[in-house]
Design a protein around this ligand. Structure first.
Ligand SMILES: Nc1ncnc2c1ncn2[C@@H]1O[C@H](COP(=O)(O)OP(=O)(O)OP(=O)(O)O)[C@@H](O)[C@H]1O
Ligand SMILES: [Mg+2]
Length: 172
């Protein structure tokens, strides 16, 4: 597990860029964090780094949105889903099997249902006393934790961790 301090949206974009180099079709990335923690900001940056040139909007209301980058990409937000049937309809295991890359906000609500292995990224506010102006301007620091779950990323773990610590110095 790696834990980093990401100071602003620009650094969040840089982190997404570094991580994107280690991702491939069929991978699942689960994003966890409170409302407004930065999941969509990170997902948008990741999709852009993976070659999506369309505008990436929050999928909170549409639940799942398909993009085309280096491979087919699904941006999912299951915050509003509250039954297993609704989750099943999305067909995420099949999409992963077919080589779609899936990035999922609030995926911890159903961890393990989609794939045994995934990259789990968690976003937390660092300080409570950041001004609203700084929050809106994307200037508020976040803790970002990265955890590789299952065996799917095993061969890539060292490269991914080295690449991140190479950019960020010593992780905490
Ligand atoms: N360091 C930072 N990284 C990311 N976002 C930041 C940062 N500092 C401030 N912000 C602000 O925090 C907000 C993050 O919003 P975002 O939509 O990404 O949250 P979310 O986690 O997807 O929330 P939701 O659960 O509602 O989908 C943005 O308004 C952004 O400008
Ligand atoms: Mg969001």
């Amino acid at each position: 597990m790696l834990r980093l301090v990401v100071n602003d949206v620009k650094q969040m974009q840089q982190l997404a860029q570094v991580i994107s180099k280690h991702l491939q079709g069929g991978d699942l990335v689960v994003l966890t964090g409170d409302l407004g923690a930065g999941k969509t900001v990170f997902a948008r940056s990741l999709l852009q780094a993976l070659g999506v040139d369309q505008t990436v909007t929050s999928p909170t209301f549409v639940i799942m949105k398909n993009y085309r980058g280096k491979f087919p990409i699904e941006h999912v937000d299951i915050y509003r889903i509250d039954s297993l049937e609704e989750l099943d309809v999305l067909g995420i295991p099949d999409l992963l099997e077919e080589g779609h890359f899936v990035v999922m906000e609030w995926g911890e609500k159903a961890l393990g249902m989609f794939s045994e292995s995934f990259l789990h990224i968690t976003f937390e506010r660092l300080e409570d006393d950041v001004s609203l102006e700084d929050e809106i301007a994307g200037q508020a620091p976040r803790f970002v934790s990265l955890d590789i779950v299952g065996s799917g990323f095993t061969g890539r773990r060292n490269q991914l961790e080295n690449d991140i610590t190479g950019h960020w110095g010593v992780a905490i």
